[in-house]
Design a binder for this molecule. Sequence first.
Ligand SMILES: NC(=O)c1ccc[n+]([C@@H]2O[C@H](COP(=O)([O-])OP(=O)(O)OC[C@H]3O[C@@H](n4cnc5c(N)ncnc54)[C@H](O)[C@@H]3O)[C@@H](O)[C@H]2O)c1
Length: 348
Amino acid sequence: MRYDAKKVQDYCAKVMCAAGLAEEAAEVFAEALVYADLRGIGSHGVTRLSVYSKRVASGVIRGDAQPEILSDCGAAIAVDAKDSIGAYVARKTVDWCMERAARLGCCCATVKNATHFGSGAFFTEYAAKQNMICFVISNSEAAVVPTGGAQPMLGTNPLSLSIPAQKHEPYVLDMATSVVARGKVVLAQKEGRSIPDNWGVDKYGVPSTDPAAILDGGAMLPFGGPKGYAISLMIDLMCSSLTGALNCRETPGFWNDFEHPQNIGYFICVIDPSKFMAADTFLRRVDDVLDEFKACPTAPGVKEVMIPGEIEANKYKAGLADGIELSDVVVRDMIETGKRYGVAADFL
Ligand SMILES: NC(=O)c1ccc[n+]([C@@H]2O[C@H](COP(=O)([O-])OP(=O)(O)OC[C@H]3O[C@@H](n4cnc5c(N)ncnc54)[C@H](O)[C@@H]3O)[C@@H](O)[C@H]2O)c1
């Protein structure tokens, strides 16, 4: 069924506040969850209300913590997230970077003591809509085998990069470095669906279509073979060695560890194109390139070539107009979660 996005967002914010999250952080967090559902990334949407609220209530996400800039060289800042909720910290850090990039041309930030931030596009598209180029990466708990390996060593380590355009929607690359996000396997299990056989392997290293076989002792596969492995390891190095956070092998589990804060890391970079050429010229040049791709002749059976982020941008607009599509099992879980914290399901 479809549900009004704003009502769902307000409900999620109320539940998170009731679980112990400060109001400002709860609002950004709820916006990030619903943003993912609107874009068709249900794996990172309201299906996670239950686990995030439990993480706040248990204290592994600190509901009242404020991230702090520990060192500031203008174009390079080091941030301590203080175990505050990921979406709030990453959004705030992008704001800090945009302020500095507008003065200095660019700004890079490392973030330590961070927690899962959800869908990376939430941060990079936000900056692109303000005419900044933005790159965000994060490490996460080990769930992916390296090429040739038989043990999970890397997280699904997401990467997002957005580039502003004027006539077109921004270019938005937003991806896990596993074949798909592990959350898609978790959601398939919740909804009783099987998965394609190229997403992951069971505990014996055999490809499986059963979500349980991947999640209980199995592993995800890196996208693109050794190239995906290489990019994922690059993300772990940038997000742990450079930030001071834990690496993927050391990171406590997001889904099952409610005693130890995750202490993952992010690396964020914002570039102001107007420091390289007139802003209008840059945006026109991006539009011209995207026009070329939209005009590309198509393969048999394909209607049009899509720009990265375009499918999601179309879904986002439709979702705002018609409501977000949520399965019954996800809605039941949201209602149960609200009950735990005394919040009535007023989004139905
Ligand atoms: N926070 C974390 O730890 C974490 C970890 C992994 C993934 N994630 C998030 O999970 C989400 C899903 O990741 P995913 O890898 O499953 O994404 P996906 O496979 O759905 O999409 C990946 C990218 O491919 C583009 N794309 C897809 N089809 C296209 C087409 N036909 N033409 C052009 N471009 C196309 C999309 O626009 C997107 O940029 C992302 O939001 C990611 O940030 C988060």
